[in-house]
Write a protein that binds this ligand. Structure first.
Ligand code: HDL
Ligand code: ZN
Length: 434
């Protein structure tokens, strides 16, 4: 089989293998949706299920980009934030799509999504797109979008310290029972802002105090157990700053004590995986709100120490800095309880996805999870997976070509087996503890 044929066949296999999207911020309509669409769900302004063209255009990636071309000295941040969602979308459409070519990955993504949903980007007709989305029933639209994206399951991010999210679970424990969505318990403040977390848990009826006593540890474990059970968590997750350090068994930092004495024993007891997402420096420009976060290099040795000190725990890890990626891949070679995943956030761009996937495949073979979408708006899984599949297929085909050149045979069955590992089974088996 010549190289072109090989690339074509690998691309076909990658494009048709369903993916379990292992980290997103997506929700089913049971969590409420600000745009009712044609369905039975009324509009809920604080709804968590974001979908439709105006949410796509006001994705915080595009907010950051539009302030680069219409700076806050011309359009003050507060003025922008006071605009309606539609007016914000009109502003972004005008300045990032109409008045200049939409070549950034986030802009291109909107076009890929429109095209693959059967709309015509060359129309450039925002009103027409709005009419189409408004006719969709959110529930049926989820099925359609998952089918177009080739996504078999969507993993959520359920932030127990977010009042809007927590109150919805307390109001109806079945809110997360949609089989298309897998719940994940997210609890950043527990590790990143212990005093605040202790106060909040105390107000929720747990005997937690800023002073970390054995009783307090037991109560944190009770809190985790209550919420893991309430939502049916597939795994637990935290996002950590670049300053995060785990220095070993004698480390008395609150974050390390809470990890060592509360979180990791609770997860080990329940055979649950801990996802660590490290490197975000929150709010470097707070006036951009969600779009105001940046990144710095993280300490990979802290990840290695956690993997070494807690051999019965499993760690699903992604780092935000490009400069950390080689160290993380080498750490994954040292610890079989470390599964690295995704090209996270500012790394989710074609040039970096290719660089990272090549390096990971050369160091780890097929024993990693190459991508997650991190989608916040439902239809983003269309473009995030379309763009990543193309790159994953290209890299894999090159690696097959390299071994085929030695005389090693590659069959379509081999390809399907390998791609199933990359897009689903590596993650599914790791979180199951297989
Ligand atoms: O903390 C996270 O899970 C990050 O993915 C943030 O949600 C970030 O705002 C994001 O959406 N990245 O894509
Ligand atoms: Zn995320």
């Amino acid at each position: 089989m010549d190289r072109t044929e090989l690339h074509h066949q690998v691309r076909q296999v990658v494009d048709t293998t369903p993916v379990w999207d292992l980290h997103t911020h997506l929700y089913p309509p049971t969590f409420g949706t600000p745009m009712a669409g044609g369905g039975r769900h009324g509009a809920d302004p604080r709804g968590l299920m974001l979908w439709g063209i105006d949410e796509l255009l006001t994705y915080h990636y595009l907010v950051a980009e539009v302030f680069r071309v219409v700076p806050s000295r011309k359009l003050p941040y507060d003025t922008f934030w006071k605009m309606t969602k539609e007016d914000q979308a009109d502003h972004i459409w005008q300045h990032l799509f109409v008045e200049r070519s939409p070549v950034s990955e986030a802009c291109r993504g909107v076009l890929t999504t429109l095209a693959r949903l059967g709309l015509d980007p060359s129309d450039k007709n925002l009103a027409g797109y709005r009419r189409w989305f408004a006719e969709q029933d959110p529930d049926k639209h989820i099925d359609r979008v998952m089918e177009v994206s080739g996504v078999s399951r969507i993993t959520m991010t359920n932030d127990v310290f977010d009042d809007n999210e927590r109150e919805r679970w307390l109001a109806d424990g079945r809110v997360g029972s949609d089989p298309r969505f897998a719940p994940v318990l997210r609890f950043d403040p527990l590790v990143c802002d212990w005093p605040t977390a202790a106060k909040k848990m105390s107000a929720w009826g747990y005997e937690t105090t800023e002073e970390i006593s054995p009783r307090c540890i037991a109560e944190v474990q009770r809190f985790l157990g209550d919420w893991i059970n309430r939502i049916g968590a597939l795994y637990c997750a935290v996002s950590l700053p670049p300053t995060f350090r785990y220095l070993g068994p004698d480390d008395r930092q609150a974050s390390s004590v809470i990890f060592r004495e509360a979180i990791l024993p609770a997860l080990e007891e329940r055979n649950l995986t801990m996802a660590l997402m490290i490197g975000v420096t929150r709010g470097v420009n707070p006036r951009l709100t969600l779009a105001g976060d940046a990144l710095e290099k993280a300490d990979v040795m802290s990840v290695s120490r956690l993997c070494a000190d807690f051999p019965n725990n499993r760690f699903l890890v992604t780092l935000l800095s490009r400069e950390n990626q080689h160290e993380l891949a080498v750490a994954a070679r040292k610890f079989d309880n470390l599964m690295l995943f995704g090209c996270w956030w500012f790394l989710n761009n074609p040039s970096l996805i290719e660089e990272m996937t090549r390096m990971r495949m050369e160091l780890l073979g097929l024993s990693f999870a190459p991508q997650h979408s991190d989608a916040r708006v439902l239809e983003q899984i269309v473009y995030k997976w379309a763009h990543s599949r193309e790159i994953i297929a290209k890299v894999l085909a090159d690696k097959y070509a390299d071994i085929a050149a030695t005389g090693w045979p590659i069959t379509e069955a081999d390809m399907r087996r390998d791609v199933q590992l990359l897009l689903c089974d590596n993650f599914a088996r790791f979180v199951a503890g297989e």
